[in-house]
Design a protein around this ligand. Sequence first.
Ligand SMILES: Nc1ncnc2c1ncn2[C@@H]1O[C@H](COP(=O)(O)OP(=O)(O)OP(=O)(O)O)[C@@H](O)[C@H]1O
Length: 297
Amino acid sequence: MTHALTARLAPAEAVAAGRDAGSPSPTGTAETSNTNSKGRRIGEVILDVQNISLRFGGVKALTDISFNVREHEVRAIIGPNGAGKSSMLNCINGVYTPQEGQITFRGQTFKHMNSRQVAEMGVARTFQNLALFKGMSVVDNIMTGRNLKMKTNIFQQAIRWGAAEREEVAHREFVEHIIDFLEIQAHRKTPVGRLPYGLQKRVDLGRALAMEPQVLLLDEPMAGMNVEEKQDMCRFILDVNDEFGTTIVLIEHDMGVVMDISDRVVVLDYGKKIGDGAPDDVRANPDVISAYLGTSH
Ligand SMILES: Nc1ncnc2c1ncn2[C@@H]1O[C@H](COP(=O)(O)OP(=O)(O)OP(=O)(O)O)[C@@H](O)[C@H]1O
């Protein structure tokens, strides 16, 4: 069903505690001012996507896409269904290798990088369709996010001896901090598959946070959630951004949420970039308005 454009692109109520939805744009234009709406400085460019083109056979998923992400900002990627948003995240985290273009992360430029290498560089990701082990507990799912940090070998871990035992204790303590932070203590031992969907999404966020990322890629973190769950998720995303200084790149369809929590927004349509800037600028962009008028979500 096609909703009214005004409803989708209108300013939403401030769901994010502490952020004033009516305050001036935090970053001004795509390249200029440097504080967000909480007054914290937005840093230098940490992630620079340059001229990315990606094809699947005859399908042009992305065509010559360039944008950057500054340290500590919340950067949204929006666009109608099939616009290329997930493909873009998949290029950033090494799942897809674009035919053209390159990505610079913290000054290091790469054309081909696998997911493990990207994760080791400090980029973590949550998934549109949850990638959790449904039969495993919340604690154990979040522990999987610590795998890259484990120094002892699998044999030492299996017999939990010496260094492996000490390492496991330290990792479990870290995981408990995340569980406290995400307010899911009551569910620590529950198999994830038994949790409501909103809480499963929170566990997926916890698994990504366990990697201690500098950049967190969130693929539709609020999809399928009710209003209350969305408000909670917004709060956690902003707290992660504030308290850990984590840079956030998110894909989200809920325009109210996007306009509320993002510092800058990049807009894709049919694999091309049609807008890039502060939420207010993007909302007023005629190309963005017509792209959304022509779609059915
Ligand atoms: N693995 C793939 N093989 C073939 N085509 C693909 C593949 N992944 C994506 N595409 C195509 O690339 C285009 C962009 O898809 P993508 O999933 O990135 O869009 P999206 O903006 O994330 O859409 P949605 O909002 O529906 O999730 C679409 O035409 C899609 O069918």
